[in-house]
Design a protein around this ligand. Sequence first.
Ligand code: SF4
Ligand code: SF4
Length: 159
Amino acid sequence: MPITCDIDEEPGLWERTRIPGLLRALWFGASQLIRRGCPARIDPPPGAPGEHRLMLREDGSVRCTACMLCVAACPAGCIEVELDESLPPDAERRPKEFRIDLLACTLCGRCVEVCPCDAIRMDTGKLPPPVRSRDGLIYDMRKLASNHPEGASPLSRAL
Ligand code: SF4
Ligand code: SF4
């Protein structure tokens, strides 16, 4: 049966309230939810950038030296690194805290590219999950340092 679309026809009062369109959208959304279920997490395709992780040294500390290159390179301004100033002046720089706001992150991968010591990667194979509050998508150093994909080493292979 041919599909026709009479664009000259004036929408009636009921159509002009936009309620029919809203009901159709709600019905479509509900039917998709029933058919497919509510996904707890959507995984990216293999090789695509996912959530970040911080790589560790043999002693379990993070490899990051708080050089701030990723902070400067991030186009979204969503990385915060706090230098640990309690260390002696001749000690290697370490971060006291490292935070990424995944709600602002564009998954561009610049932070991984510019890091001089392979301290950060985006190979977790996970995308940020649905959350109820913004705080749930601000990953701190503790979360980032343990966010390793199953079977992957948290130790860097580059150095
Ligand atoms: S992936 Fe891009 S936007 Fe996200 S934290 Fe890294 S540099 Fe910033
Ligand atoms: S993750 Fe890499 S680029 Fe970012 S502050 Fe640490 S060492 Fe520097």
